[in-house]
Design a protein around this ligand. Structure first.
Ligand code: ATP
Length: 354
C-alpha cells in the first residue's frame, strides 16, 4: 500500500515561493503525473514527497502517517534520478544487487531477488554483461531494476525519458507504463510534456507558477479544464479563446459571436462582462449556413485530419476537420460549434465558469 496525501504544502527558498499551498491525493497504485512548464515547482514537489526537500509548511501523508519532516531513509520511497545513472565498471548483476548487498541481505536472497527483477524487466540474458556496452534501452531497464529491487513503497521519477530521442522515448514510455501495470507500485512522474502526461497518467496534477491549477483524470482535465492556463497547456493545437461580452443567467451563458447568439450550458450564475469562449479545434466544424464566418488563412494536412487557420471577427481560430472536407486558402467559410463542448471563462480570473 502506498497512498500519498499532499495537504496545504508550501515550499519557500529564502524569499522565493517555489510551491504554494498545494493539496492533492495520489491513490495506491496510481501512475501519477506532475505536469507543468519549466520552473512551476513540480520537481520541488516530487523532492518533498521523497524527503529530499522539507516543506516550509503543510503535511505529507504516506499511508495515513505524516512523514513531511522525515529524512528520505525513513520514507521507503525510491527516487529514480536519471535512468542512465549506473555503475559503469560493474556488470548488470552487480548493478542490480548492489542496493541489496549494501543493506546486508544474505547472498542467496540477493540472487533470488535479482533473478525475479531481471525476469520482470526481461534482462536475464544480459546479467553478466558490463553495463558500458549495453544499448540505451537495456541501460534504462537496468537503472529501473536497481530502483525496483529494494521494493520501495513508491517510485519518484523526474523526467526519466527526457534525454531520449522521440521514437525511443515513446517506446520506453510504453514499456514503463506496462511495467507499472504489472507491478502496481505507486509512481509519481514529473514531466513538462502534456502528451506524455495524457498518454501515461492515471491522474495528472497541472502546476503553474507554484500553484496547482487542476488535478484529475486526463480526460476530465482535457474536457473540463478548470482554468485558461490548463486549457491552453493541454491539447495541440491549443484551445481557441474568443473574447466576448456576455452574461450568464438561469443556467445558460448567452454568447454572441458576430451576430450569432448561442446558449452554452453552465452552472455558474451571475457572471457578466468580459468573458472568454473556449473551443477546442476538433469541436469546430464547417457549416454552409453558419452565420459565424471565417476566412481560411492556411491549411495543414495531417493525414486523416487537417488543421485550418481562420481569420474570424474574434481573431485567429484553428479548427481540426476531416482531410476530405474542402477548405481552400482565401475562401470564406461558415463555422459551427457544438455548445456542449464549449467552456466559458471569466477573463479577469481565467477560471472556468461551470
Ligand atoms: P524544471 O522542469 O525546469 O525543473 P520545475 O517545475 O521542476 O521546473 P522546480 O525545479 O521545482 O521547477 O523549481 C521551481 C522554482 O524554484 C524554480 O524557479 C527554481 O529556480 C526554484 N528553486 C528550486 N530549487 C531551489 C533551491 N534549492 N534554491 C532556490 N531556488 C530553488
Amino acid at each position: 500500500m502506498a497512498e500519498i496525501v499532499i495537504k496545504n504544502v508550501r515550499k519557500e527558498f529564502g524569499d522565493f515561493v517555489a510551491v504554494r499551498e498545494s493539496s492533492f491525493t495520489i491513490e495506491d497504485g496510481e501512475f501519477f503525473m506532475l505536469l507543468g512548464p519549466s520552473g512551476c515547482g513540480k520537481t520541488t514537489t516530487l523532492r518533498m514527497i521523497a524527503g529530499l526537500e522539507l516543506p516550509t509548511s503543510g503535511e505529507i501523508y504516506l499511508d495515513g502517517e505524516e512523514i513531511g519532516q522525515r529524512p528520505p531513509s525513513e520514507r521507503d520511497i525510491a527516487f529514480v534520478f536519471q535512468m542512465f545513472a549506473l555503475y559503469p565498471h560493474m556488470n548488470v548483476y552487480k548493478n542490480l544487487s548492489y542496493p541489496l548487498v549494501s543493506q546486508g541481505m544474505p547472498r542467496a536472497q540477493v540472487r533470488a531477488k535479482v533473478d525475479e527483477v531481471a525476469t520482470i524487466l526481461g534482462i536475464k540474458d544480459i546479467l553478466k554483461k558490463p553495463v558500458g556496452g549495453l544499448s540505451g534501452g537495456d541501460r534504462q531497464r537496468v537503472a529501473l531494476g536497481r530502483a525496483i529491487v529494494r521494493e520501495p513503497k513508491a517510485f519518484m521519477m523526474d523526467e526519466p525519458l527526457g534525454a531520449l530521442d522521440a521514437e525511443f522515448r515513446e517506446h520506453m514510455a510504453e514499456e514503463l507504463r506496462a511495467l507499472h501495470d504489472r507491478m502496481g507500485a505507486t509512481t509519481v512522474y514529473v514531466t513538462h510534456d502534456q502528451l506524455e502526461a495524457m498518454q501515461m497518467g492515471d491522474k495528472i496534477v497541472v502546476m503553474n507558477n507554484a500553484v496547482v491549477e487542476q488535478f484529475g483524470k486526463p480526460q476530465d482535465i482535457y474536457d473540463m479544464p478548470a482554468t485558461m492556463f490548463v486549457a491552453d497547456f493541454i491539447g495541440s493545437p491549443s484551445m481557441n479563446f474568443l473574447n466576448f461580452n456576455g452574461k450568464i443567467a438561469n443556467g445558460e451563458g448567452l454568447v454572441t459571436l458576430a451576430d450569432q447568439t448561442m446558449s452554452v450550458p453552465t452552472l455558474r450564475e451571475g457572471a457578466a462582462g468580459d468573458l472568454v469562449f473556449g473551443v477546442r479545434p476538433e469541436h469546430i466544424h464547417l457549416s454552409d449556413n453558419g452565420a459565424y464566418r471565417g476566412k481560411v488563412l492556411a491549411t495543414e494536412y495531417l493525414g486523416t485530419t487537417q488543421i485550418i487557420t481562420l481569420d474570424t471577427p474574434n481573431g485567429e481560430v484553428k479548427a481540426r476537420i476531416a482531410s476530405d472536407q474542402p477548405a481552400t486558402v482565401g475562401e470564406t467559410v461558415g463555422l459551427g460549434f457544438n455548445s456542449k463542448t464549449i467552456t466559458l471563462f471569466d477573463k479577469a480570473t481565467g477560471h472556468a465558469l461551470r
